[in-house]
Every structure is written in structure tokens, then in C-alpha cells.
Write a protein that binds this ligand. Structure first.
Ligand SMILES: NC(=O)c1ccc[n+]([C@@H]2O[C@H](COP(=O)([O-])OP(=O)(O)OC[C@H]3O[C@@H](n4cnc5c(N)ncnc54)[C@H](OP(=O)(O)O)[C@@H]3O)[C@@H](O)[C@H]2O)c1
Length: 301
């Protein structure tokens, strides 16, 4: 079907969970879904102005909040319990992710390498724990960074050799791709009607988005200068949200698909392809085994 991200089909009566919705792409995903009439549960790590902002922009919006820190399995377990208590979830959107970090190898509260632990194992554990409450779709946020580095699952948390944070980010997103596509294979094999779909925002910056006080204006003057220089190759996080929203609500979107901007980094949302490595079923199965081992959470589909 022709898809117009500015004119979404009504989502009245449906419940979405958007992780990391206090700013960035996640904020705009939540705002766009609320504008379409959805009930949206935003997760953030701490205090947020996002709820009041959406309520002020979308009169009557049904907005709720749960606290989630993906770098702590205790927080993930608590958040899963809090979310399950709010009733059935039509769509879980695993948007939250650590996008920058220290050159030095750091770990989560549970001793996992921080990028892989937060971006790949965290959403795996949250999805597994919340799975009995999910009725429709599970959306995960992939990345073009998977084109820049091959992942080594035998040293996925870079415990050996020289640590690289950009490699850690790429590894974490290979993990996300592997998880989403392996989940799709397992859902199909079990005859489930739940769809696992990937989306990526392209290259999306706060400074190129429509202004939202307290959300898009948080960067330093230096960061804003760099954002202006990058304008020709980057769109705003409002547009970066478009492929995520399409994956979440386009009636024609199927399990195992991957949505991204038409020109890779910018453009309207269209179907795209993951890199072969993270789409490989053997890679997916091995990631699943590692994720269960690292988190201690078994995921029965
Ligand atoms: N923007 C891009 O160009 C781009 C490209 C490819 C993929 N992506 C992916 O798209 C998603 C959103 O990116 P973005 O550009 O919106 O990033 P962002 O502006 O850095 O926002 C990241 C979001 O994730 C949350 N988060 C970070 N660490 C967390 C943790 N340990 N526990 C729970 N939440 C945490 C942040 O919460 P706080 O506010 O508490 O920090 C924030 O809400 C990410 O998964 C990212 O990897 C982005």
C-alpha cells in the first residue's frame, strides 16, 4: 500500500510500549502514535517532560509511563512486571539504545559489556519477560552500523584484545538484527500470529527535527554546529521515527521485514535489507543462546 507517514491510519483502541521515549527517535514515535489515537506507554530512565509535551500537543492523548534502565536486569524485570500490570500490549517497540560511550570498556550493573548488554541483551530480556502480554508486533531498532563491522560472536563482549566502542555499537546492532530475525523464524515455526519486524531511522539528528522544547534542544552549542554541517546527509529524528512507526502499524508489514529511509540515511520509509551476517539463521540461533546465557532469561516462543 502507498504509505504516507504524515497521515496515519487510526490506532484508537491499541496499546503501544515505546522504550527510550523521553527524547530522540523514541519521543517522536510516541508522539506520532498518540496523534493517531493510540494509547502509548513511554519508558524512560528518569524524569521526563515528554509526557506533558505530548499531552499538550495531542489533546486527550492516552499516555502512561514506566521506568526502565536497560543496563540493569533488576530494572528490566521490574519494568516488565509494571508493564504487564497495565494490560495487553499490541506492539512493543524496543527503541531505547546507548548511542555513544567511553573509549574504555565499561559494563552494565550485571557485568555485561555496556553496548551489547544495553542494546542487544537488554531488549532480548525485556521482550522475553513481556512476551505473554504481547498480542501483535515486536519492533526492534537496527542500524546501518552493521555494514561497517562484522560481528565476532566468539568474543561478542570484546573481553579479549583492544576494545573499540564503535565496534561494540555495531556488534550490539548485529545482535538486535539477529534477535529480531531469529524471533521471526521462531514465531513462524510456532504458528504464532505475532510479527517481529526491524526498522532503522537512517541518520537522524535532533537539530534537524521540528522543534520540541526540552526534547530537540538539549545538545550543546558545539553539537548543534556539527548537526548544521551534517544537514545535507541527515534528517531529523521526527523523520527518523517514520520507518519505526510504519513497521509498527502498516497493515501490510510482515514478520521478518526491515524498514528504513528510502535513501538509506534519509527519505520516506520503505523496505530495506539487513546485512547477510546478521540475517544468517546460524548467527541468529547463536545470538539467542548467548543472550539467554548472559541474561539468565530463557525465551520460550
Ligand atoms: N539517530 C540515528 O541516526 C540512529 C541510527 C541508527 C540507529 N539508531 C537507533 O535508534 C534508537 C534511537 O536512537 P536516537 O537517535 O533517538 O538516540 P538518542 O537520542 O541517543 O536516544 C536514546 C534513547 O535511549 C535511551 N537509553 C539510552 N541508554 C539507555 C539505558 N541504559 N536504559 C534505558 N534507556 C536508555 C535514552 O534515554 P535517556 O534519555 O535516559 O538517556 C533515550 O531515550 C537507538 O536504538 C539507536 O541505536 C539511531
Amino acid at each position: 500500500m502507498n504509505w504516507d507517514p504524515r497521515s496515519l491510519p487510526s490506532q484508537t483502541g491499541k496499546t503501544f510500549v515505546v522504550t527510550g521515549a523521553g527524547r530522540g527517535v523514541g519521543y517522536f514515535v510516541a508522539e506520532q502514535l498518540a496523534t493517531a489515537g493510540a494509547r502509548v506507554i513511554l519508558t524512560t530512565r528518569g524524569e521526563t517532560t515528554a509526557l506533558d509535551l505530548i499531552r499538550s500537543r495531542v489533546p486527550g492523548a492516552a499516555i502512561e509511563h514506566v521506568t526502565l534502565e536497560l543496563g540493569s536486569l533488576a530494572s528490566i524485570k521490574q519494568a516488565a512486571a509494571d508493564l504487564a500490570a497495565l494490560g495487553p500490549i499490541d506492539v512493543l517497540i524496543n527503541n531505547a539504545g546507548k548511542t555513544g560511550g567511553s573509549r574504555k570498556r565499561e559494563t552494565t550493573a550485571d557485568g555485561l559489556e555496556i553496548m551489547v548488554g544495553t542494546n542487544a541483551y537488554g531488549p532480548f530480556a525485556l521482550t522475553a519477560l513481556l512476551f505473554p502480554s504481547i498480542t501483535g508486533r515486536i519492533i526492534n531498532l537496527g542500524s546501518l552500523s552493521t555494514r561497517l563491522a562484522k560481528a565476532d560472536l566468539s568474543d561478542f563482549e570484546q573481553s579479549r584484545g583492544k576494545y573499540s566502542v564503535s565496534r561494540a555499537y555495531a556488534y550490539s546492532k548485529h545482535g538486535v538484527h539477529a534477535f529480531a530475525l531469529e524471533l521471526d523464524r521462531r514465531l513462524r515455526a510456532s504458528g504464532s500470529g505475532i510479527r517481529s519486524i526491524l526498522a532503522h531511522p537512517g541518520f537522524a539528528l535532533d537539530g534537524n527535527a521540528s522543534a520540541r522544547p526540552g526534547i530537540t534542544d538539549r545538545n550543546s552549542a558545539g553539537q548543534r554546529f556539527v548537526e548544521r554541517l551534517l544537514r545535507p546527509v541527515a534528517h531529523g529524528k521526527d523523520r527518523g521515527a517514520w520507518p519505526v512507526v510504519r513497521a509498527a502499524i502498516d497493515p501490510d508489514a510482515a514478520g521478518g521485514q526491515f524498514y528504513g529511509p528510502s535513501r538509506s540515511v534519509t527519505g520516506p520509509p520503505v523496505l530495506t535489507k539487513p546485512v547477510p551476517q546478521s540475517a544468517d539463521p546460524a548467527f541468529g540461533a547463536e545470538f539467542w543462546r548467548l543472550a539467554e546465557q548472559a541474561t539468565g532469561v530463557s525465551f520460550e516462543v
